[in-house]
Design a protein around this ligand. Structure first.
Ligand code: ZN
Length: 377
């Protein structure tokens, strides 16, 4: 249980963090990025007496890492992102009701960051079993340069990645890849169709080929937690004007991949694209994004610690998969067991984003119990 004083601290810190504009400057080049909110977190951590490290994956894009020294037990990292998506209108006014806090970033994910900071601060006088590291990172909403850079230098034994999960413990999600493709044909007057090479036609055949590929992928055994991979064309653009044979067509293709077979499925998609590169067209394609899937074994100590912390806090553990990608996959890629966890509310990336204060308190409580028990056995 949390005291009313702790609740007030949770609300105050969530509001203070959320009032600082930290819109991701990759998503919006006019936005400030994470420098100011990073400085706030750095000073807050220093006031606690923690060892604080500052890294700069890119200019104005800090990672702030605070270490609470513990005993000889394994190292636990809590990772929360500092950046948010934009707001419309451009407002960082934060409003409160008795039960909720409203404003950009309160749920995704400054409330969870506040809970992690205050949970870790409760160990200022009584060291946890192993070191607890709070990593406040940049750029999760775009290219995850923060966590990618972080994991070049920090390799904890386990991690909790904060995202809004309604207090459920996320043990897996799919990966994704984006392939950008363009066909170049030859323009001509449509009255002389035979003199041109219509670049929309191979794209149309590719759409049909990918539909078949997806149903082939679904004819195999599903992943027990994450089901099937999916393949779809998400953008297509071709043609210039009426009466001209289109000489250009471009498409974006997405795969959502599942663990264990992601490489094979990506190869199958690449092969399908190559099989359409015929008929005199110039075909250019490139995988522009490739993000691995994430899965953690439910017997891992971090999952066990989070599940029992959830029980101790009176929430009760619920283990699920998530429909979205998170930085937990970057930990999994480094063989670091991780879970995704955080408070609930609604409206992330929408005009009315809000967090439940009750969940903020439960999130704090669960993180505190997990920090106390992870590695204590
Ligand atoms: Zn987020």
């Amino acid at each position: 249980m949390t005291t009313s004083e702790t609740r007030r601290e949770l609300v105050d810190l969530t509001v203070a963090l959320s009032r600082i504009n930290s819109v991701n400057s990759t998503l919006d080049p006019t936005a400030p990025g994470e420098a100011e909110v990073g400085a706030f977190v750095r000073d807050w951590m220093r006031n606690q007496g923690w060892l604080v490290h500052e890294e700069w994956p890119a200019p104005s894009r800090p990672n702030i890492i605070g270490v609470i020294p513990g005993g000889d037990g394994p190292t636990l990292m809590v990772n929360a992102h500092l950046d948010t998506v934009g707001t419309r209108p451009d407002s960082f006014e934060i409003t409160l009701t008795d039960d909720t806090i409203h404003g950009r970033g309160v749920l995704d994910t400054k409330g969870g960051l506040a809970a992690a900071l205050l949970a870790a601060a409760s160990f200022n006088d009584t060291p946890p079993p192993g070191d607890v590291i709070i990593a406040a990172v940049s750029d999760e909403e775009a290219n995850s340069i923060g966590t990618s850079h972080l994991l070049e230098g920090w390799l904890p034994d386990a991690a909790i990645v904060i995202e809004p999960t309604d207090l459920t413990i996320i043990t897996g999600h799919r990966g994704f890849g984006i392939l950008e493709l363009s066909y170049t044909g030859r323009s001509a007057h449509t009255g002389h169709r035979e003199e041109g090479l219509n670049a929309i036609e191979p794209a149309a055949r590719l759409v049909a080929t990918l539909e078949r590929l997806e149903s082939d992928l679904r004819a195999t055994a599903p992943h027990p937690l994450l089901g099937f991979p999916s393949v779809q064309v998400t953008r297509i653009h071709g043609g210039r004007e009426l009466f001209t044979v289109p000489d250009q067509c471009s498409a974006s293709i997405e795969i959502r991949s599942v663990p264990g077979r992601d490489t094979t499925d990506v190869d199958a998609l690449t092969a399908a694209v190559e099989s359409q590169a015929t008929g005199g067209f110039t075909t250019d394609y490139e995988w522009t994004v490739m993000r691995p899937p994430f899965e953690v074994h439910t017997g891992e100590p971090i999952v066990v610690a989070m599940a029992s912390a959830s029980t101790q806090s009176g929430v009760g553990p619920s283990l699920q998969s998530a429909p979205f990608w998170t930085d937990a996959a970057l930990f999994a890629d480094k063989k670091i067991p991780a879970v995704v966890f955080g408070p609930g509310g609604n409206g992330i990336h929408s005009d009315d984003e809000w967090i439940r204060i009750e969940d903020l308190a439960s999130c704090y409580d669960i993180l505190r119990h997990a920090m106390a028990s992870f590695g204590s056995a």
